[in-house]
Design a protein around this ligand. Sequence first.
Ligand SMILES: [Zn+2]
Length: 410
Amino acid sequence: MENKKIFRASIINPRNHAVADCFVDGAIYTEDGIIKKIGYFSDVIKGCENNIETVELDGVLMPGFADVHLHWVQHQVRGKYSGELLTWLKEHIWPEEASYIDTGKAGQAAEEFYADMLRAGTVMGMSYSSPHAAATEIAMQKMRGDWIIGNVLMAINAPNDLTDYSLHDPILLNEIMMRNDRHHYALTPRFAPNLSTEILSYLGMIAVQTSSFVQTHLAESNAEIAWVKELFPDAESYTQVYDKAGLLTPKTILGHCIEMNDSEWQCLFARGSWVAHCPSSNEALGNNRMPLEKLQEYHIPYALATDVGAGPSHSMLHVIQRFIAIHRKAGIKISFQEALYRATLAGAEAMNRDAIAGNLCPGKRADFILLPSKQKNQSWDGWFSECIGGTMSELEERPQGTWLASERAA
Ligand SMILES: [Zn+2]
């Protein structure tokens, strides 16, 4: 039996970086969790059978968020520590990640993570796990929503309990990589300092051969760049370390990209790789502002992300708030259409899922959230400003509901 429903509410549906369709009295019609129609309520009900269940919602319905860069194993300590990137990693984050060898802890933390994400309106994204295969498997099995996950690969310059010595054996490495589900798995070299030139090249080869997603960090802080220079003296830039290894493809998502020169931007454009822009994390760790004007100048595709746990909140509404505020200070005005797109459809595009997710167009999954109502006479711009106003914890609780097609069908 097909499960048919009409959801009636105000609707905002991002289409691209400049356009979002807005319907004050709108509706979506879904069959078995797939959107069949969207538009004004009066138009949507035309041609529908009379007895279809109609769910009347008081608020604004929009697609759920996509968060393309976070560390689920840091969720429990998000925002707890700050400071310079490398010190922060070594003193606080790596010891926390090491504790995920405990599968009991990993199981409980994974359940909390997914529940928190859904409550904050995030229905899909890309996530770094700890190096442990078991913790990564747990994150896959307990998955709610649609995630791409990878165990961070660390072979050198890391504590013993986070170092995977098997990565030095290319045959083993290949076997490990070939076993994974390519739709939900990403090759995840943590960052260049944790891998040798040889291992990075093997990973690049696997990425190309298997058409895998790749996620890693790039040019987040000046201390990190100095370290990379010391470790890879032959490379002209940090970006070149990855490029020489063959790791930059259209399925590569690079976290941060703050301290970049023009030839590095040109390289990213030529490879078609994505930037995961994490404004709240950059602010929390005291890094420089990511030069958004360079992404615009070089037409680099990008999507927004929380980068939990350097990012203090898993709420994409909080990320949007910081995104707009930080760049406004530098004289760049970001429209609400752009912000919405970067937090939803752009993420789905980065994840190669824009044909099935990312907004509310017909044929896509009915994964959506309900935000507070728009007042009469209020502009959509005004409504949006109100939605992203307030404290971090208020923003985490702002969605009034999250609907996931996969869970309704279950
Ligand atoms: Zn990160």
